[in-house]
Design a binder for this molecule. Structure first.
Ligand SMILES: NC(=O)c1ccc[n+]([C@@H]2O[C@H](COP(=O)([O-])OP(=O)(O)OC[C@H]3O[C@@H](n4cnc5c(N)ncnc54)[C@H](O)[C@@H]3O)[C@@H](O)[C@H]2O)c1
Ligand SMILES: N[C@@H](CCC=O)C(=O)O
Length: 514
């Protein structure tokens, strides 16, 4: 087994990669508008009620129509997953891991096609789509290897005349609920973590990006995953989501999405339903209001570049995005001026065109929410770049910089999830850190400083799950920067980290008297 190493990103300045991506876009365009059934126990089920997936850069373009599960079909999927659990849990961990390695190999071969589908379905620019696909490969390779490490449990002590063991066994049926913003990586990572540990899965992808999730389930089948281990059941969060979260046979829920839905799931999952004989486990990765702090002793060009890239990459639609910057007053004007200049140089447009830095936001609801926050920002601060939007063809919002806001401003405290960054001034580094900590979230943060003492202060006191020094606050790599946050950012489950798989298993102690 070769050691884990993360999947390299594609260099699109190379002619051959550029050509390959354009060909992949053509391939995807060749299958736009197709219909996709549910997959329950390997059976394809087509429903009259359909979810239509649109291209957010071109509202007229249908990516695909996907059958929509209702409560009855969710119940059928639950029965299948529950039955399949009894056979899948007996399959050796090595074989389960092999399915992941094979799936990684298939995705590697179809890498640009998957990424091109992300460009069309989620509006991801080439580099962002490429990173999403690479991260999915990383999850498969990393979790496969982690399972091989954990398959014989952990060592414990034994006294003379005694043989003690500490093993991990699977939990049961897991409901995996994934978001649209990493529609391949997070959907795939959360699914395979559950699968490789011996559980069966009901996969409910986000309704705006269900087609790429269907392609993933097909890849798992091709890799040899038995029918019924992963069941593909797109549907309404309110109907299918609530039904499965409440279901007495649900053993755990792996959710990634917004704070409000995460809280709802956590609350419902805590209630005992008739026939339920366990406490449901909830893994919840939720929102963020992530800050880059700029110290007075800092590389100011690096600071501005980091803010702009982390705020506006994929139109700020990352839980890790820099949606607030706090800059020490000595360097405030200089950094703000450079952020303004860089932002004004960004091009926004159809992400199929490599020359556009960023594309649309995901849908009409996101467009409305983000533009209404821009209006709030006009009252709370001063807009120095962007502030405009256009939804005539797709949902385009220009990267927006709001400066001179107070730490208590709504644009400084609430997750906007779009290309909007709010900037506040602090009198010194300590005040900057206090402002950075004044949200209910605690996901990512970055500090740009050359002052070692301030860096160490931040290492201790900046209360976020992922803290970065002298770089931006997005782009965690599986196995290198395990990802997850504190407080309202979720259960800090650290996807892509050494403790993640254990969340999908329970430990069993056996003790034999010799
Ligand atoms: N912390 C992380 O790792 C992480 C990663 C990606 C995204 N996010 C967060 O996700 C959010 C954006 O994603 P989104 O808009 O898809 O989030 P969302 O909460 O609207 O939806 C997430 C998923 O939950 C489902 N859902 C909705 N209502 C439900 C219910 N009542 N019961 C069960 N499921 C339900 C949706 O259909 C979707 O599949 C942002 O807040 C972002 O910060 C967090
Ligand atoms: N893991 C990603 C963010 C995932 C949430 O949107 C990052 O580190 O940028």
């Amino acid at each position: 087994m070769i050691p884990y190493k993360h999947e390299p990103f594609t260099d699109f300045s190379k002619e051959e990669n550029n050509t390959a991506y354009l060909e992949a876009l053509k391939k995807v365009e060749g299958y736009l508008g197709e219909e996709y059934p549910l997959i329950i126990g390997g059976e394809r089920i087509t429903t009259n009620d359909q979810i239509i997936s649109y291209n957010p850069a071109n509202k007229e373009e249908v990516i695909g129509s996907v059958s929509k599960a209702n409560k009855e079909l969710a119940e059928k999927a639950m029965q299948v997953a529950d039955e399949t659990f009894h056979t899948w849990k007996k399959v050796k961990p090595e074989i389960r891991a092999d399915v992941l390695f094979k799936a990684a190999a298939i995705i590697r071969r179809r890498k640009h096609e998957i990424s091109a589908l992300l460009t069309k379905e989620a509006g991801k620019p080439w580099n962002e789509a490429d990173a999403d696909t690479a991260e999915a490969i990383d999850f498969l390779e990393y979790y496969g290897r982690q399972m091989l490490r954990l398959k014989d449990g952990q060592p414990v002590e034994s006294r003379p005349g005694e043989f003690n063991r500490y093993d991990y066994i699977p939990l049961g049926v897991g409901v995996v609920i994934s978001p649209w913003n990493f529609p391949f990586a997070i959907m795939a990572g959360t699914t395979v973590a559950a699968v490789v540990t011996g559980n069966t899965v009901l996969l409910k992808p986000a309704s705006t990006t269900p087609v790429v999730a269907y392609k993933f389930v097909e890849i798992l089948e091709e890799a040899g995953l038995p029918a019924g281990v992963v069941n593909y059941i797109p549907g309404s969060g309110a109907e299918v989501g609530d039904y499965l979260v409440d279901h007495p046979k649900t053993r755990f829920i792996s959710f990634t999405g917004s704070r409000d839905v995460g809280l709802r799931i956590n609350e419902r999952a805590s209630k005992l339903n008739e026939g339920q004989i366990w406490l449901k486990r909830v893994i919840a990765e939720m929102g963020g209001k992530d800050t880059i702090v700029v110290d007075k002793e800092a590389d100011l060009e690096l600071a501005a570049q980091s803010i702009v890239k982390s705020a506006f990459g994929f139109s700020g639609q990352k839980c890790s995005a820099c949606s607030r910057a706090v800059i020490v007053e000595d360097v405030y004007d200089e950094v703000v001026a450079r952020v303004e200049e860089l932002t004004k140089g960004l091009s926004v447009g159809d992400p199929t065109d490599l020359s556009n830095f960023t594309g649309p936001v995901i849908d009409a609801a996101a467009f409305k929410k983000i533009t209404s926050y821009i209006e709030i920002g006009k009252e709370e601060g001063r807009i120095v770049a962007g502030g405009t939007a256009d939804d005539s063809k797709g949902f385009f919002v220009n990267p927006t910089v709001i400066v001179d806001v107070t730490p208590e401003a709504r644009v400084m405290k609430e997750e906007i999830f779009g290309p909007v960054v709010a900037i506040a001034k602090a009198k010194d580094f300590d005040e900057a850190l206090a402002i950075a900590n004044n949200t209910e979230y605690g996901l990512t943060g970055a500090v740009i400083t050359k002052n070692r003492m301030n860096q160490e202060k931040a290492r201790e006191d900046f209360h976020v799950g992922n803290l970065y020094f002298n770089r931006g606050c997005t782009g965690a790599i599986v196995g290198y920067q395990p990802f997850g946050g504190f407080n309202m950012s979720g259960t800090d489950s650290k996807a892509g980290g050494p403790d993640y798989l254990q969340l999908h298993m329970q430990a069993k102690t056996t003790s034999e008297t010799l």
